[in-house]
Design a protein around this ligand. Sequence first.
Ligand SMILES: [Zn+2]
Length: 296
Amino acid sequence: MIGSIAFAGRSSLLAGGHRCHGAELSSRISQPVFRTPRAPCFKRHSGRSCTVRAGELVLDRRALQTMAANRIKAELALEDLLQGNQRFQQGGLRNCVVDSRRFDELKGGQAPPAIVLSCSDSRVPPEMVMDQGMGDLFVVRVAGNVIDDNSLGSMLYAIANLGSRCVMILGHSKCGACTAAKGAFISATSGQGDVSSAGDPVSKLLSRLMDPCAKLTGRSGNGSQDLESSLGVEAIVEENSRHVAELTLQNLQENLAGNGTLAEELVVAAAKYDLDHGTVTVLEKRWIENGSVQVQ
Ligand SMILES: [Zn+2]
């Protein structure tokens, strides 16, 4: 839950001149939330011991002055998902049991800080792999974590009505949908049938994964000569997450145009879950600043 991050930030909100962790802090100063180095700081500041604990999430005051408060909430929510994933990997899950007080709280409504658009794969339940409890995540699931009107409409509902500001597009290693998309792309390229022109539901879904395949083959420069080896499933998974994150922010911006600064409060992250190690990795973050898309 977001409260765990807020506590960490409150306990060690850094003044602009704080340099106890040197270059590592200053190099990340544009980020409102970051984790301090694992090594503890033994320096004294103005006669006092450093209060910044090793490996802690910290809010930076200078970043706070320059970024919209709600976008910071989105950054916090994203950090919270990654922190939950660390607990998942380390076997320290907090949210595997439904707390009765939380259960009662949620009878009155929901305010999930984050939206996750993930693949339907049974091995990647977002709540479990990022240790989130009831009411913490607004989850949209579809094979290949593709975006369509239904998934976009669901996200818009959560943003406009539930206050969600962080959006994670979560692909995963060894994705069956991306594997099928690779086969479909190779078939289409070699003139053996194009899913984009077929009308059945599976082909329609796979057709949404053709753009990432096309981008990858264009980048590799191999054309259609050796697609089998040049078009890796893991590369498709990652390209698809980035592609869907880009489309998502673009579509959200268009649909939220009449809602003041709402679109500028969002952070959309492309991420990948590794089935072998249980790790969620953020591949890319996108947000809008002064009307233009920023990518990190
Ligand atoms: Zn999948």
